[in-house]
Design a protein around this ligand. Structure first.
Ligand code: TYD
Length: 213
């Protein structure tokens, strides 16, 4: 049976990256083979593209170049890593995926949703994540976390208004596909969040198993 693709999304500093390990452990404890990966990145080439997108050196891509780079990385990651894993029955937990592009390059940079949707179809065909956990945090709290962490990437250095636009971009995605998204309050403590994630996942696993029976 094909594996499932589960993605984690949220604005910068919303606390999602620390939850990928507990989710992996939850699935592995149930005998499910799991692959952890991230975007932009996940292959050597896609990781190189990640640094072009997120670092200021050797130069910052302009908005459309940034969008094309993100999709070039995604195509490589999809063909070389994600799709073969899913086809072999491995589940994939991906830290960010295509919703980030709608939020950051779409809402953040102001690029057209139609253009992004065209690239999405081109790169992924009709495949989409099975489930997406969206980590929500007020922008002022997220910005404080980013500052405390230090070494902000190009996106993290943007203004509060920019981060608000990114959040609004995510909210549109969630409104368009409410069944795919589970919204998590990223400001709660880590253990409480992992418990909540596991309960949601347990429920989805049951639905998927019953659906397949
Ligand atoms: P992030 O996943 O937060 O990693 P870290 O915790 O190491 O900072 O950083 C990835 C950045 O990439 C984040 O700022 C959002 C951005 N991004 C896009 O702009 N577009 C995309 O399509 C993706 C996947 C990410």
């Amino acid at each position: 049976m094909r594996g499932r693709l589960i993605t984690l999304e949220g604005g910068d500093g919303a606390g999602k990256s620390s939850q990928i390990g507990p989710l992996r452990d939850f699935l592995a404890d149930r005998g499910i083979s799991v692959l952890l990966t991230r975007e932009p990145g996940g292959t050597p080439l896609a990781e190189a593209i990640r640094s072009w997108v997120l670092d200021d050196a050797p130069e910052s891509p302009e908005a459309l170049a940034e969008l094309l780079l993100v999709f070039a990385a995604r195509r490589q990651h999809w063909i070389r890593v994600i799709e073969p894993a899913l086809a072999s029955g491995t589940w994939v937990l991906c830290d960010r995926f295509v919703d980030s592009t709608y939020a950051y390059q779409g809402a953040g940079r102001g690029l057209s949703v139609n253009r992004i949707a065209t690239l999405e179809r081109w790169v992924l065909g009709s495949r989409r994540p099975d489930l997406t956990f969206f980590f929500e945090a007020p922008v002022e709290i997220a910005l404080k976390r980013i500052e405390a962490r230090g070494c902000p990437n190009r996106m993290e250095q943007e203004s509060a208004a920019w981060h608000e636009r990114v959040q609004a971009g995510y909210r549109k995605r969630i409104a368009g596909e409410p069944n795919r998204f589970v919204v998590i309050q990223g400001t709660r403590d880590r253990v409480a969040i992992s418990g909540e994630l596991c309960r949601h996942l347990e429920r989805r696993l049951r639905e998927w198993t019953e659906g397949a029976a």
